[in-house]
Design a protein around this ligand. Structure first.
Ligand SMILES: *[C@@H]1O[C@H](CO)[C@@H](O)[C@H](O)[C@H]1NC(C)=O
Length: 524
């Protein structure tokens, strides 16, 4: 707190010496007002061959729009709300708030989880955004672009994601770890795109210096007094209309705003590649190909845990090989794996969990139980085995069905039960529990499950005695250890600080929702 106040007082001093005329351009305005853009990213009407795509875009990490390329997808015409409900209604998707990291919405399947049917029945009213791994059954109606259909590209397709909302979403400024082709099926999307060479001038959240990560900026109100270096950040933009696809290179900073009463996109992720092996390109038929017909590393059946944002097993394998080569002993043992996890900031606060992961990783790789692995052992690993390793290393609680238990604090849930008990004057009813638990931010689904776990003898309530006897045992579910969302925590603090500073410097702006567009296109 002291440090926080100290920072504030320095900023205040800086502010009093700067009168309003001297405020930097774009201060307190949305992202992209600090300087003129470098223009729209390149737009292609025709798709490049895989080799051309590698030479002219992917290898240079140059974004490009493929105009109208997704109009060929069956999904483009088929995926009305009714069709999706009728054919895929029971499949489960993950939810986020329309403003990234704002809160986690509740769906029919718990915190941050919904069925496609329930989502489509509520998304016009709720602040809820499907940001999910694409359930496999839907992948028959999505195509992979011909530009990816041979050589290293087609060998290394990692995962597919679905983005669906009623428009008005705002992402944070962030970068993703893999290459992506993002295809818009409904609505419009505007992207602010910032080349990685600008990173030194972007405030990056703690622990987010890897391939993926978040900027701690408030994208609706950029604080250029606190972050003066951001004034130098150059940017381009991309305006997408339905049917357009965007190639977004890995670790390329971007912010996305979406519009339209239905905004829907599918993205296909592929490896960061350091070279392109054109194997098979001469004979390959370069056609639009159903996503269900290519080998994708991470799939998702539409229920159970997801693997969204999981590691690239090909790259992981290469990484382990160079690591073992660098060791004098030419072996990796449990300490080496532990060290790798520590360096990778995996479960930073939980050394015991990290040890546990290291053990499991070694066990998967060390088939003969030697207590170490050699380069030959690693080379012999199948991609399936490396995927198992990846699953151990990078557990994102938001991908699990137990997310709700990982997010909430045990003590707070306990007080929710006590409130509900008071509401019923010493009798805990299911309805009171659901009401209090939903107020608290949890889902009716889990409230019902917790209630049933208390195994009430009475038909319509749990007695106080039963509650005292069994509650602690039931609430053990909330003891799950997890990694802190560093960028989320940092971002919240940032927003609080920003509000203070802005109060003193911001000129009255018309509306935070004012839409930035360098070139306008008609709204759907
Ligand atoms: C979504 O896109 C399809 C295909 O272009 C179109 O028929 C439909 O009207 C769109 N729906 C909305 C709500 O924009």
């Amino acid at each position: 707190m002291k440090i926080f106040l100290f920072v504030l007082s320095i900023l205040e001093r800086a502010l009093t010496s700067a009168n309003h005329q001297e405020l930097p351009r774009g201060h307190g305005e949305e992202l992209g007002k600090h300087r003129d853009s470098d223009g729209h990213v390149e737009i292609l009407q025709q798709l490049p061959s895989p080799q051309e795509f590698w030479n002219q875009y992917a290898s240079l990490r140059k974004p490009v729009v493929f105009r109208g390329a997704a109009k060929k997808f069956p999904a483009f015409h088929l995926w009305t709300d009714q069709y999706l409900k009728d054919n895929y209604g029971e499949l489960e998707v993950k939810l986020e708030a329309k403003r990234e990291k704002d809160h986690v919405p509740v769906g029919e399947r718990g915190l941050g989880r919904d069925t496609i049917r329930s989502f489509l029945e509520t998304y016009q009213q709720k602040d809820s955004y499907t940001v999910s791994q694409l359930p496999d059954p839907l992948s028959t109606e999505v195509f992979v672009l011909p530009s990816l259909m041979c050589g290293s590209f087609s060998e290394r397709i990692l995962e597919a994601n679905l983005w669906l909302s009623s428009g008005g979403t705002r992402s944070m400024l962030h970068k993703d770890a893999d290459n992506a082709i993002n295809c818009l099926l409904n609505g419009t999307k505007d992207w602010i795109l910032i080349h990685p060479e600008n990173e030194q001038n972007i405030p990056v959240a703690d622990g987010d210096r890897g391939y993926g990560g978040f900027a701690t900026l408030d994208v609706q109100s950029v604080n250029l007094i606190k972050y003066p270096k951001f004034k130098q950040v150059r940017w381009q933009y991309a305006n997408m209309t339905p049917g357009d696809c965007l190639f977004l290179p890995y670790s390329y900073w971007h912010q996305v705003r979406s519009y339209g009463s239905k905004n829907m996109a599918v993205s296909v992720l592929f490896s960061r590649l350091t070279e392109f092996d054109p194997i098979g390109c001469e004979s390959a038929k370069l056609e639009y190909t159903p996503l269900s017909d290519v080998n994708m590393v991470w799939t998702y059946p539409g229920y159970g845990p997801q693997t969204m944002g999981n590691l690239d097993p090909f790259e992981m394998k290469d990484h382990y090989i160079s690591f073992v080569e660098s060791k004098k002993s030419k072996r990796l043992d449990i300490e080496d794996f532990f060290q790798l996890l520590t360096e990778g900031e995996v479960m930073e606060e939980h050394e015991d969990v990290r040890r546990n992961i290291a053990e499991k990783v070694l066990k998967i790789m060390d088939a003969e139980n030697k207590g170490y692995v050699t380069k030959q052992d690693i080379e012999a690993l199948t991609i399936e085995q490396v995927k198992q390793v990846a699953n151990e290393i990078d557990p994102d609680p938001a991908n699990t069905e137990e997310y709700e238990f990982a997010v909430f604090d045990l003590k707070e849930v306990k007080s929710v039960f006590n409130q509900a008990l008071q509401d019923g004057h010493g009798k805990l009813t299911k309805d009171n529990l659901i009401a209090r638990y939903e107020d608290f931010g949890g889902s009716a689904k889990v409230a019902k499950e917790l209630y049933n776990m208390l195994q009430p003898k009475n038909a319509d309530f749990v007695s106080e005695e039963e509650l005292r006897e069994r509650l602690d045992h039931v609430l053990k579910l909330y003891l799950k250890k997890k990694d802190d969302d560093k960028s989320g925590i940092f971002y919240e603090k940032e927003l609080a600080e920003d509000k203070e500073i802005m109060k003193q410097t911001q000129l009255p702006s018309d509306s935070l929702d004012s839409i930035h567009r360098e070139s306008t296109h008609s709204e759907l």
